[in-house]
Design a protein around this ligand. Structure first.
Ligand SMILES: Cc1ncc(COP(=O)(O)O)c(C=O)c1O
Length: 430
């Protein structure tokens, strides 16, 4: 059954187009969200959707999670905001301790808060440059680290993020990301990793001396690029090269953290302890809060007030974050993500068998990239539109990859129903 048409969304969208600048929108579908619960979303016209996007991986514990809602209400009654740069408040102190202890590895950590993931990614540049007294930062092709000027400079996935805003911040270079689906025929994972690591060390001799490099920042699983996980041998080799050369090994967990990948952190798949790590999105269930968590001496190296902003560590956001982390732990969402990811992989692999236009099914936790042939971007757009019209929120990334990131509280029945809608769409469209 197709979703009912109603002029309310059209009326609101017409006002939006008159008053909201387009630069802030990556338009996917004319959905005007009204409310959400768990893994379901309702629009202003009363249509209900199963959500395979989770607000871009920002609501891992589900829409309007009751524990998070209660924490927000309680904190709102007490204090909406006081600038945390000037004074202290308990929610931020509690959260900093919780994050420092939750971060991978045993080295003592400290935390610095901001409001968006972009600022947290950008903070990696500031802390790393300050600690190492070096300027160069290496990030990866197809990475998304955000859209503030610094974060846009770190990103390399869409030229429009750089168009007309330059000069970008200097001394940031983008190196190739080791996507194992791009191996040469017959190439082993070990040889593939060696090839990419050699390209990096060649870069040190040919172009950028290692002793000029402050940090390498990587999404341990690239999100917007289509849920791509490098080989373990590559990541361990990268970590070793970093530490042999005094380069900080830094990770962006903004998209992939908090259980999304079937582990608490995506870097846990590689058993490595980052020097600095950026978190955001699901940290506070989509409330504006982000943080950089890092080894204490690095975090102590940046002078005050170089990372202070007025609304960072807002107490309502911190209370939401504490409740979110409680929910991840008490509902065992990391394990749930792993198990439901396996279930989903089986379902999507069946789809792939039936529709060979699907080239790869990548699934790491409840977190997938369903990659179609590169010339099938129109089919993928039509498929997403079909799904919207039939009650499923699902979007594409890189034009030809379905991005699958439902809230981790989604039920098996909802998953089955949503994948059924994708199946019906493919049956109609292929
Ligand atoms: C990996 C990653 N880093 C950083 C960001 C930027 O976060 P924000 O949009 O909250 O600024 C994103 C956003 O999609 C992301 O996916």
């Amino acid at each position: 059954m197709s979703q009912s048409k109603n002029p309310e969304r059209q009326r609101l969208i017409a006002i939006d187009h008159q008053y909201v600048a387009p630069a802030g929108r990556v338009s996917k579908f004319d959905l005007v969200v009204d409310h959400g619960k768990g893994a379901k979303v309702w629009d202003v016209d009363g249509n209900v959707y199963i959500d395979f996007l989770a607000s871009a991986s920002a609501v891992n514990v589900g829409h309007s999670n009751p524990k998070v809602v209660a924490a927000i209400h309680n904190q709102t009654d007490k204090l909406i905001h006081y600038i945390s740069g000037y004074f202290y408040h308990e929610p931020a102190i509690k959260l900093a301790k919780r994050l420092a202890l939750l971060a991978p590895g045993k080295t003592p950590k400290k935390v610095s808060f901001s409001t968006s993931g972009s600022e947290a990614a950008e903070a990696v540049v500031k802390f790393a440059r300050s600690y190492t007294k070096r300027s160069v930062i290496l990030t990866f092709q197809n990475s998304w680290h955000g859209t503030t000027l610094g974060a846009a400079s770190l990103s390399a996935i869409d030229g429009n993020m750089h168009r007309d805003i330059g000069p970008l911040i200097p001394d940031i270079h983008h190196i190739p990301f080791p996507n194992p689906d791009k191996r040469f025929p017959g190439e082993s994972l070990a040889d593939f990793s060696k090839r990419y690591l050699k390209e990096l060390t060649d870069l040190f001799t040919r172009d950028i001396p290692a002793d000029q490099i402050a940090a390498i920042l990587i999404e341990p699983i690239q999100g917007d690029a289509g849920i791509i996980m490098p080989p373990i041998s590559y990541m361990q080799g990268l970590y070793k090269i970093c530490h042999e050369n005094g380069i900080l090994f830094c990770t962006d967990e903004i998209n992939q953290g908090f259980g999304r990948s079937g582990k608490m952190w995506s870097i846990d798949h590689f058993n490595l302890e980052p020097d600095l790590m950026a978190v955001g999105k699901s940290l506070a269930s989509g409330m504006p809060l982000s943080a950089i968590i890092g080894k204490a001496p690095i975090m102590d190296s940046l002078a005050s007030p170089a990372n202070a902003t007025t609304t960072a560590a807002n107490p309502i956001c911190c209370a939401a974050a504490l409740a979110t982390i409680d929910e991840i732990e008490s509902l065992d969402l990391v394990e749930r993500s792993r198990k439901l990811g396996e279930f989903s992989k089986t379902q999507f692999s069946k789809l792939q068998k039936e529709f060979p236009v699907i080239k790869h099914v990548r699934m790491i936790g409840l977190n997938g990239g369903i990659e179609f042939a590169e010339d099938q971007s129109q089919l993928v757009t039509n498929l997403c539109n079909y799904c919207f019209e039939h009650g499923l929120i699902v979007i594409s990334t890189m034009d030809h990859i379905i991005r699958f990131q439902p809230p981790l509280v989604i039920t098996k029945a909802e998953l089955t129903k949503g994948i059924g809608i994708l199946h019906d769409g493919l049956t109609n469209l292929v």
